[in-house]
Design a protein around this ligand. Structure first.
Ligand SMILES: Cc1cc2nc3c(=O)[nH]c(=O)nc-3n(C[C@H](O)[C@H](O)[C@H](O)COP(=O)(O)OP(=O)(O)OC[C@H]3O[C@@H](n4cnc5c(N)ncnc54)[C@H](O)[C@@H]3O)c2cc1C
Length: 224
């Protein structure tokens, strides 16, 4: 089955770097810091960055799977479910025209800039569990029965964690008990595509507009 309107991206890292460059070009400032230094002060928020202390009236927590750890310091218990995924690249002699999912074997193949990517399904393990490449190896064996994968590209083993909420909806909106603290995480399997959309809506709400869609994603009432 070929869904003709679904898009794919051959280098998600390059696209997110391009978003960052655009942000800076439009007047934004990009600095790196340790999120766990975040503190609530009388006038707002402050955090330690490589360029010193940064103060702001508002702060958005957008740390994906790391968000619950930071927010536990502020008294929030976020019931996040972690779904780990792995991928590996192969120098296939003939690449694919589009990604495809081998449903029976739970493995996806996608033509990427780094080679033909073999992507696993979800491993329900704690965030810091050791690397286990069984799904990836099994998936590569299954795919090699239908495609010539060629040699595996030598690279450090990648893995990522999908930050899922139990109802599979992201938490987006103002924190229930802290003024100027905003949540933007929990996008699960769709954060790469859905994140920029909810970010734009969140920006509107932070500027005082209302959004019925964001009301449904708000942490108020969704956290016990
Ligand atoms: C295997 C896999 C496949 C996926 N496939 C898709 C897909 O096909 N389509 C799709 O839309 N989405 C997909 N996703 C989901 C998507 O990647 C996530 O939902 C998305 O990355 C979440 O974006 P984010 O910016 O909220 O968090 P992240 O991308 O996780 O970014 C959080 C950032 O916070 C940083 N950080 C953590 N702790 C600290 C700290 N203490 N101080 C400072 N910085 C810190 C991290 O280094 C990281 O850069 C997939 C995810 C995985 C794991």
């Amino acid at each position: 089955m070929h869904f003709t309107q679904s898009w794919s991206c051959s280098s998600p890292g390059e696209l997110t770097e391009a978003y960052c460059d655009l942000f800076v070009k439009r007047g934004g400032r990009f600095v790196t810091g340790e999120a766990n230094t975040l503190q609530h002060t009388v006038s707002g928020w402050q955090i330690l960055t490589s360029e010193g202390e940064l103060k702001a009236e508002q702060v958005v927590v957008a740390l994906g799977p790391w968000s619950p750890e930071l927010l536990s310091r502020f008294g929030y218990r976020i019931p996040m479910v972690y779904k780990r995924g792995y991928h590996g690249h192969f120098n296939a002699p003939k690449t694919l025209q589009r990604p495809f999912l081998d449903v029976e074997n739970g493995v996806l193949a996608a033509p990427m800039i780094k080679g033909l990517r073999v992507t696993t399904g979800a491993a329900l393990v704690p965030r810091n569990a050791p690397i286990d490449t069984r799904q990836l190896k099994r998936g590569a064996v299954a795919l090699s029965e239908i495609i010539d994968l060629g040699e595996q590209v030598k690279e450090p083993q990648w893995m990522g964690t999908r930050p899922c909420m139990p109802d599979m909806l992201p938490l987006v909106g103002e924190a229930p008990h802290h003024k100027g603290l905003w949540f933007h995480f929990g996008h699960g399997h769709q954060g790469f595509t859905l994140g920029p959309t909810t970010a734009e809506l969140l920006m509107q709400v932070m500027e005082g507009e209302s959004s019925e869609l964001l009301d449904a994603l708000s942490p108020v009432g969704r956290l016990s």
